[in-house]
Design a protein around this ligand. Structure first.
Ligand SMILES: [Zn+2]
Length: 628
């Protein structure tokens, strides 16, 4: 059994680390100074030293709001309309909306649509999630939101999220709040019935400009991407609450949802349920009331909508996507990614080893991890098809089966080539030298064609490169060129080729806090663009478990400040990995090691190391910014 406790702290990392070490976890991060943790019943909270039951300093306004809301939660009788279908007479139903397009690298919408949720910022509901709550109040009139009403909103949001957290402990949901109370002077406009944007645009853009300086969808995307980067979460989305007239009382899609304070006939006491419903839309769930379609598939795992009333009739299971009830059906669970394949697997600090269905591999193979953790083995030479081949080990089979073996449109390749898998499973080939363009070239094998066609051949703004360069691909397909040595800055440098500009321009050139590196280093990129720099031959100076032993060490350069500082540097539970190892990082920030040879199992092995969630050494190892 467990207990749920509110804690206050000054050192966020130390407090979280202590909670993890005691076998607990953080459920709600209200702010850097307040959180709600779950602890095993046998832990006496008074023994915690890194956090306290009462604040030791005055709280800032958003923290105070969250704490007041949490501490004044009470058990209440079921709210109005409890158990009624969302489309009951006399009530309105919460909507799913499609999202307006934003420009993408190739200038069309094809890439955007390949994301199951229309956005890469919320593919499935597991792990740490940042939630921006923007309460938009007018300075005067009926649209003004009082502090008591803001407290009610936060309380309902907490209640909805707490329900989701508790509903599936294996998803290890951990919510990071960013609460904004924004006051605007927007005059309520005359919205056009049927046009949500016409009601929303004025006050929303005035609020977004205060926060990001960017109106429209670009502003909300910028905001959630910033949240994901600065709060280091796997996912992020934003909820707008307002009393301004809306085209519909609640709707959500893409990276954001919009709700009216009054919450239509359902009333304010049902905000938590409507908010949970819309949050499920954000992570891929479909409505289950008329006109839902049973055969429609949705979510990262492409799950059909078989609890839609059209196929269940009166046998429909109670579910947040069809009725006003705190229940969830199997199909909704699947659509939001609640499935063994996507749950963060590891207990803290552990290593998971596994053999795979692939024989031992050499330099003729290169590996890349897809967003669903399928492992792409790219066979550059020696395959039966006389092309560069793709062999996919499926995560669903725990790497015991292949989901694809195929030749490709690409000829045999050598060490002048390196590869990565994009979010839509396109395979991006980077030709470092020897191309006709006399630059580093990019050649994209399209997943949609079964890798039989290229969707892009291009020269880039980067000159030819050699073994001093490594490459990783961000989730938006930006190509990160990592210059390990020989740069003017005498550091490991990062040069980012921008996908939005067709790789003809750089969006970043920077030195980093990491000294020059060599072949004993590997690089991988996290979903929030943090760069994991892996020292395969760590000498033990950073290694603390056990203290004196060398290990594979990880130095995480923080995207939040353009790689000028380390988010964390520490040894891992993995021994030094001199040869025959490649590395990736999972969306839960676990280190994913691929051992290619001399494995003992006669197969290529995977070793997944829970690196990030054990941060007890962070504060001390941080002092050392330049490892030798
Ligand atoms: Zn809905």
């Amino acid at each position: 059994m467990t207990q749920k406790i509110l804690r206050f702290m000054q050192d966020e990392i130390a407090a979280k680390s202590e909670i993890c070490q005691l076998g607990g976890r953080v459920l709600h991060h209200f702010s850097p100074t307040a959180l709600v943790a779950e602890l095993p019943d046998n832990v006496d909270p008074t023994t915690l030293t890194e956090s306290s039951a009462q604040p030791s300093q005055p709280l800032d306004a958003p923290t105070q709001l969250a704490v007041t809301a949490w501490t004044s939660q009470k058990m209440s009788s079921p709210p109005k309309g409890d158990g009624l279908p969302w489309d009951s007479p006399g009530f309105s139903h919460p909507k799913k909306t499609s999202v307006p397009s934003v420009p993408n690298p190739s200038g069309d919408r094809s890439e955007i649509q390949t994301f199951s949720t229309d956005t890469p910022t919320s593919l499935y509901m597991a792990g740490p999630v940042a939630v921006g709550i923007i309460i938009v109040s007018r300075n005067t009139g009926l649209e003004n939101i009082t502090n008591a009403e803001s407290t009610k909103i936060i309380q309902e949001v907490q209640k909805g999220l707490d329900w989701l957290i508790g509903l599936e402990p294996k998803a290890q949901l951990s919510i990071v709040y960013d609460i904004r109370q924004v006051t605007v002077t927007t005059i309520p406009g005359a919205g056009v019935i049927g046009n949500l944007e016409s009601f929303e645009q004025g006050w929303r853009d005035d609020a977004l400009i205060q926060i990001t300086n960017i109106p429209g969808r670009a502003g909300s995307l910028q905001y959630v991407n910033d949240l994901r980067t600065t709060r280091r979460t796997a996912w992020a989305y934003v909820a707008f609450f307002t009393k301004y007239p809306l085209g519909h009382f609640a709707y959500g899609g893409g990276e954001r949802l919009v709700m009216s304070y009054a919450n239509d006939s359902w009333g304010v006491d049902n905000i938590h349920r409507v908010f949970a419903h819309e949050s499920c839309h954000i992570f891929g769930a479909l409505d289950e009331y008329t006109p839902c379609k049973c055969e429609e598939i949705s979510g990262h795992l492409k799950v059909p909508n078989h609890n839609c009333v059209a196929c269940t009739g009166t046998h429909q299971a109670d579910c947040i996507m069809n009725i006003n009830s705190l229940e969830m059906c199997t199909f909704t669970r699947g659509q939001i990614g609640w499935d063994e394949r996507l749950f963060p697997r590891l207990p803290l600090g552990s290593i998971q080893h596994s053999s795979t269905a692939l024989h031992e591999t050499g330099d003729d193979f290169e590996f890349s991890l897809a967003s669903n953790k399928d492992l792409f083995a790219i066979k550059k030479q020696g395959g039966g098809t006389n092309t560069t081949e793709i062999h996919v080990l499926s995560a669903a089979s725990n790497y015991q089966q292949f989901s694809l073996h195929t030749g490709t449109a690409l000829h045999l390749t050598d060490k002048s080539w390196t590869f990565a898998v994009a979010a839509n499973r396109d395979v991006i080939g980077i030709k470092k030298n020897g191309g006709a363009s006399n630059s580093t070239e990019i050649h994209v094998l399209s997943a949609a064609s079964g890798y039989t066609q290229f969707s892009l051949h291009t020269a880039t703004a980067l000159h030819v490169t050699d073994e001093n360069w490594a490459f990783v691909i961000a989730s938006n397909r930006d190509v990160f060129g990592i210059k390990k040595q020989g740069g003017a800055s005498k550091t490991t440098e990062i040069h980012v080729l921008s996908a939005a500009n067709g790789y003809t321009e750089f969006s970043l050139h920077t030195l980093t806090s990491l000294h020059q590196t060599d072949g004993s280093w590997a690089f991988a990129i996290a979903t929030n663009r943090d760069l994991f720099c892996i020292n395969k031959m760590g000498d033990g100076n950073l290694s603390t478990k056990p203290q004196e032993l060398p290990s594979t060490e990880v130095h995480v350069l923080s995207a939040g400040d353009n790689y000028r500082s380390f988010d964390i540097e520490k040894g891992t539970a993995l021994h030094p990995t001199p040869l025959n190892w490649e590395f990736a990082v999972t969306s839960e920030r676990n280190l994913f090691g691929i051992k290619k040879q001399h494995t003992g199992s006669n197969s290529t092995e995977i070793h997944i190391v829970d690196f990030y969630s054990v941060t007890s050494e962070a504060s001390t190892s941080r002092l050392k910014t330049s490892p030798d």
